[in-house]
Design a protein around this ligand. Structure first.
Ligand SMILES: NC(=O)C1=CN([C@@H]2O[C@H](COP(=O)(O)OP(=O)(O)OC[C@H]3O[C@@H](n4cnc5c(N)ncnc54)[C@H](O)[C@@H]3O)[C@@H](O)[C@H]2O)C=CC1
Ligand SMILES: O=C(O)[C@H]1O[C@H](OP(=O)(O)OP(=O)(O)OC[C@H]2O[C@@H](n3ccc(=O)[nH]c3=O)[C@H](O)[C@@H]2O)[C@H](O)[C@@H](O)[C@@H]1O
Length: 487
């Protein structure tokens, strides 16, 4: 579709929601579109103050530079929602869409109360027609609900076009994902007005995204594509994690298997890193949402299929925790264990659904005392995530990895931070109790170098070092945990 820039009057954009999506997306938008004024609004005053301060509310490589360059020029953060909404030509709704915690669909359906309240506010305060862009991840056909709410409350003479424009950025690489997207989806109504709205949003993206990457489609396809993309990505990790369990039981090495699979050009090498399990704010909630939608449509086999992707992830997280206990002679009560990495992945301070939380809780329940270190996660966040335990009874949180390791029986790697590969593990080993264990839940360390130092090393998807348990300890408990043959 050709777009005539001069005809499209998008001069002011407002984004509701200054979170992990709204903040970075609008910062890049402001950087790439100096002719557009972008205002990000949020009802959370603390968050807005942080966006306006020197310490941004989220850590994302490359983001600070962009905010500093654009803030106060064509990028603004505010809690004053009404004027920003009234002035905007186009409004992004980028609020959270968590899993419902009560009522119909509890534990599975997406809670759209924040999206709905945005639609109500827009209809209440705006007195001229606008384009509303659904940026949040929502169940398929949500745009219809937004249209209904808007129509029922709209002022006379005002009309809205609602577009679906899901976001595919991943945390830790958000700036690069936004500046070089694989694709931009724009779903809209199949009408003249719908096409005009799609063109207007497309014009905004055309400031930096080539037209071949801007894919126009019907609204429901666009909404469903987002859920499907996350489900496929998570499914891939669950699949390699399922294979990792077979590797541990047989002597195959999951890294070798992943390499072999990934060289098939039909499959490709990405997202085949076996791990302690996937985390993050979206995979779980979006798949649960897909499961709920499928069940609601009486597609029970489809629902069961996607549910299994989540179940496999739960299995993987639990399996890792159990393996730590088993390897440490079936008891970790009163033992000191260092957890290196608490974020759900590297290059972010976000801990939402982090597998580290699951592992830490498992170890705490088994009676261990934890020493936690993460380069970017705030202490208060860790205490909040592990709120049943406090600093005296269960854990201490460290600002230095060597301090965290000192006097412990084991190191547990839960996040794949690059700097973890450069630490002086000899120094850590010398300060630890013996035998000293390493449990590498991310497969990032040099295991033979660690074994040379003297560590007993266990990792995902590789049969664990039998020699230590069977030859040196010889306890029957271990024999049962091991596979019945030696390679
Ligand atoms: N986090 C991520 O990497 C990605 C998230 N998404 C989707 O984007 C959406 C937003 O996710 P995040 O940015 O991570 O959420 P978030 O929780 O970091 O931010 C959402 C913000 O919206 C604000 N908010 C909620 N209701 C509001 C209202 N009525 N008025 C004003 N502000 C309101 C909240 O105060 C919060 O600051 C979700 O649907 C998510 O599934 C999509 C792609 C990537
Ligand atoms: O909708 C969303 O919120 C986003 O969800 C994911 O992004 P994100 O969760 O930020 O990060 P990912 O890189 O996908 O990692 C998710 C989890 O999987 C784990 N992972 C990833 C890749 C891999 O090979 N193995 C693996 O265990 C990561 O460590 C992390 O815990 C998707 O990658 C984004 O495209 C999507 O926009």
């Amino acid at each position: 579709m050709s777009t005539n820039i001069a005809e499209i009057p998008v001069r002011k954009i407002c984004c509701i929601g200054a979170g992990y999506v709204g903040g970075p997306t609008c910062s890049v938008l402001a950087l790439k579109c100096p002719d557009i004024q972008v205002t990000v609004v949020d009802r959370n005053e603390l968050r807005i103050n942080q966006w306006n301060s020197e310490k941004l509310p989220i850590y994302e490589p490359g983001l600070e530079e962009i905010v500093l360059q654009c803030r106060g020029k064509n990028l603004f953060f505010s809690t004053d929602m009404v004027p920003a909404l009234k002035e905007a030509d186009l409004i992004f709704i980028s609020v959270n869409t968590p899993t419902k915690t009560f009522g119909l669909g509890k534990g599975r359906a997406a809670d759209l109360k924040f999206v709905e309240s945005c639609a109500r506010l827009i209809a209440e305060v705006c007195d001229r027609s606008k384009i509303i862009v659904e940026k949040s991840t929502v169940p398929v056909r949500s745009a219809a609900s937004i249209v209904n709410v808007l129509k029922a409350n709209t002022k006379p003479g005002v009309s809205y076009q609602v577009l679906s424009n899901p976001e595919f950025l991943a945390e830790g690489t958000a700036v690069n994902d936004l500046t070089n997207p694989d694709r931009v989806l724009i779903g809209g109504e199949e009408s003249e007005e719908g096409r005009k709205a799609i063109s207007a949003l497309s014009w905004v993206y055309r400031h930096w995204v080539s037209s071949e990457k801007i894919i126009k489609m019907n609204t429901w396809s666009s909404e469903l594509s987002k859920l499907a993309a996350n489900a496929f990505l998570a499914q891939r990790i669950s699949s390699i994690n399922a294979i990792s369990a077979v590797c541990e039981a047989t002597g195959a090495d999951v890294s070798e298997v992943a390499k072999a699979i990934g060289l098939d050009s039909r499959l490709g090498p990405k997202f085949l890193q076996a791990s302690v399990g996937w985390g993050g704010s979206c995979f779980q909630k979006d798949i649960l949402n897909l499961v709920y939608i499928s069940e609601s449509l009486n597609l029970t086999s489809v629902a069961a299929y996607w549910q299994q992707v989540i179940d496999m992830n739960e299995y993987q997280k639990s399996r890792f925790g159990q393996r730590i206990v088993q390897a440490m002679f079936n008891t970790i009560t009163d033992k000191h264990i260092a957890i290196l990495g608490f974020a759900f992945k590297k290059n972010t301070g976000d801990t939402r659904e982090s597998p580290a939380i699951h592992v830490a809780k498992h170890l705490l329940e088994e009676g261990a005392f934890l020493h936690i270190f993460d380069p970017k996660v705030e202490k208060a966040q860790i205490l909040l995530d592990l709120d049943q335990w406090d600093e005296e009874s269960g854990m201490s949180i460290h600002a230095d990895p060597y301090e965290a390791a000192k006097g412990t029986h084991a190191l547990v790697i839960c996040t794949e931070w690059d700097q973890f590969t450069t630490y002086d593990y000899q120094r850590m080993y010398d300060s630890m109790l013996k035998p000293a264990f390493v449990f590498d839940g991310r497969k990032i360390l040099d295991h033979s170098a660690l074994a040379k130092i003297g560590f007993h090393v266990e990792t995902i998807g590789k049969r664990h070092g039998q020699s230590f348990q069977t030859k040196k300890i010889g306890c029957h408990l271990f024999q049962t945990a091991l596979v019945p043959f030696d390679l």
